[in-house]
Design a protein around this ligand. Structure first.
Ligand code: GRF
Length: 214
């Protein structure tokens, strides 16, 4: 057995890919505690594919299927094949199968575009989140990075960043303002999360098994 000097991270998302881009950029910083070796998406049209191209990384497009078992198996085998230690969700709208969370020892993170525990849960994604925040007349919103559990948006919170909501803000403007803080927040939390894993030697790699934890 040997200990790794960087955490091997994969990103799973099907949106515009702006968080994936920020995370890949952070991974290239000197002394980064993690590297990104794989991007995964469920949509061939996702911006995540362009991010993979820009950074010269592998991108796996999971089959477009409503069969949860197939998706789960595909995901598990690609995480295993690439020896992934930590999975970062960035624009993945479905509930992640518990088997995937367990296979990674719970090392799955997500970013949500509001201040959890408020404005989260089933159906709370995309513009709906910002519309709900504005309808509540809350004076602030923001972004939350949390550990992924078997329930939507309920895992342990690792970091939050607030933004002020001003009278007359539209959902689109609020989305833009929240996204602007998401990138820095997510990258910073991932750096520190991976540093902690390395410091506590929580991630051991087996040199004969390409570092796979699975
Ligand atoms: C972000 O707003 C994130 O909070 C949510 O999905 C969106 C993904 O955006 N989970 P992008 O694909 O990273 O641009």
């Amino acid at each position: 057995m040997e200990y790794s000097s960087q955490i091997n991270l994969a990103i799973l998302g099907s949106g515009a890919g702006t968080n994936a881009h920020a995370i890949c950029r952070a991974a290239r910083m000197p002394n980064s505690s993690f590297c990104v070796s794989l991007l995964i998406t469920t949509s061939a049209k996702s911006g995540v594919r362009n991010v993979a191209r820009e950074f010269g990384l592998e991108c796996v497009v999971l089959s477009r299927t409503s069969d949860v078992v197939n998706l789960e198996n595909e995901l598990l085998s690609c995480l295993r094949e690439w020896g992934i230690d930590v999975l970062a969700l960035a624009g993945y709208m479905r509930l992640l199968p518990v088997s995937v969370i367990n296979a990674l020892g719970g090392r799955v993170l997500n970013i949500h575009p509001a201040l959890l525990p408020h404005f989260g849960g089933p159906g709370m994604y995309g513009m709906r989140v910002h519309e709900a925040v504005l309808a509540s007349k809350a004076s602030e919103s923001g972004a939350t990075v949390h550990v992924v559990s078997e329930h939507y948006d309920e895992g342990h919170i690792l970091g939050q960043q607030t933004v002020a909501v001003l009278p007359g803000n539209s959902p689109e403007l609020l989305q833009q303002m929240v996204k602007a803080v998401e990138h820095e927040l997510y990258s910073t939390v991932i750096q520190s999360y991976c540093s902690t894993l390395l410091a506590y030697n929580d991630v051991e790699t087996d040199s004969e098994n390409s570092g796979s934890l699975l």
